[in-house]
Design a binder for this molecule. Structure first.
Ligand SMILES: [Zn+2]
Ligand SMILES: [Zn+2]
Length: 334
């Protein structure tokens, strides 16, 4: 029996950037400029994840463009120090996305970390509204923030582990995450290798059902338009985008597009833009690959699914090395 996982037949694909910064924190562009930039490039939604507080940007929305209420929180190994001054300090950065657009409740707010707000009146208001939550670096402190965020209507993405200097020893203890940022444009364009497919695999192999997300983390036009998610849903509404993100009806990409992904019997089929390689990965060592001939490209592939695979995920790699990554699909849930 055919089961469609991603398809333009069952909805549309909407392009979005899940991570970016405006002049409300340390970004160079105003929220209005960000909207214009992304809309002009064919994006349908944008999460402006300004540092250290949750901001509702719904005033920017129109019928073809939606902003996701969100923010990015830091938890630092040495809370009194700046990550810019202490280049060897471990940190954990989390993006919080609101399920309801009106929810700008900056849970776990920390006044010291929020040095991005220059206006003392606004800073005082934020402190009065939210108090001063002490963020403690380490699994217990980070898991508490994730738990509080989840309880207050947010879902949480674990950002750029390489920039954060976090390894398996740290992130394997994190619980309750919605997603892992498998690509971060800003880090990559700064010279860091921030393609974290191995971190995604580590979570999955530990039995944690997280999703592969990605984002530009742009602080200026220079680091924009390098990584996007494609959400598959019927029409562009806040609720539809959020539900698709929560249900895994999306893929992440640095270039290639996936047009169709479906399972028919014991086989998974994918149709995509021009690719050099398409790979099939599982929980274990079993994997498969389809390669293009030297002077051509492939635009589809079929792989056999076996019960021992537990789950599978597919990567599409184009001639420039750019990748589209599907979510992990669990065989017992298909
Ligand atoms: Zn960050
Ligand atoms: Zn960021």
């Amino acid at each position: 029996m055919k089961k469609i996982l991603l398809s333009a037949e069952t909805g549309k694909f909407y392009k979005g950037n899940m991570h970016c910064h405006s002049t409300n924190s340390d970004g160079k562009n105003t929220p209005e400029e960000l909207k214009e930039m992304y809309k002009a490039k064919g994006y349908s939604f944008l999460a402006i994840t300004d540092h250290e507080r949750i901001i509702n940007y719904s005033y920017l929305d129109d019928k073809d463009f939606i902003t996701i209420t969100s923010g990015e929180y830091a938890i630092k190994e040495f809370s009194e120090q700046s990550t810019l001054k202490n280049r060897n300090m471990k940190v954990c950065h989390l993006n919080l996305y609101a399920k309801e657009q009106s929810n700008d409740n900056s849970v776990c707010y920390n006044d010291t970390f929020n040095h991005f707000v220059k206006d003392p009146v606004i800073k005082k208001e934020l402190l009065e509204r939210y108090g001063n939550y002490e963020r403690i670096y380490g699994a217990d402190g980070i898991n508490e923030i994730i738990r509080i965020a989840n309880e207050n209507g947010f879902f949480v993405c674990y950002n750029h582990p390489r920039w954060s200097l976090e390894n398996y020893g740290e992130y394997s203890e994190y619980e309750g995450l919605w997603g892992v940022e498998i690509f971060n444009t800003s880090c990559n364009r700064g010279g860091l290798y921030e393609y974290n497919i191995n971190v995604f695999d580590d979570f999955l192999r530990d039995g944690k059902k997280v999703y592969a997300s990605c984002g530009d983390d742009n602080h200026s036009p220079y680091s924009s338009f390098g990584a996007f998610v494609m959400v598959n849903t019927e029409e562009l509404t806040y609720e539809n985008i959020i539900n698709a993100l929560l249900n895994g009806n999306f893929y992440s990409s640095t270039g290639p597009e996936i047009f169709e992904l479906y399972v028919d019997g014991n086989f998974v089929h994918i149709k995509c833009s021009d690719a050099k390689h398409i790979t099939y990965s599982t929980r274990g060592r079993r994997s498969a690959i389809k390669n293009a001939d030297k002077d051509s490209c492939i635009t589809e592939a079929t792989f056999e699914i076996q019960d021992i695979d537990e789950y599978f995920r597919l990567d599409v790699i184009d001639e420039y090395g750019r990748r589209a990554n599907t979510q992990a699909y669990y065989i017992n849930l298909l």
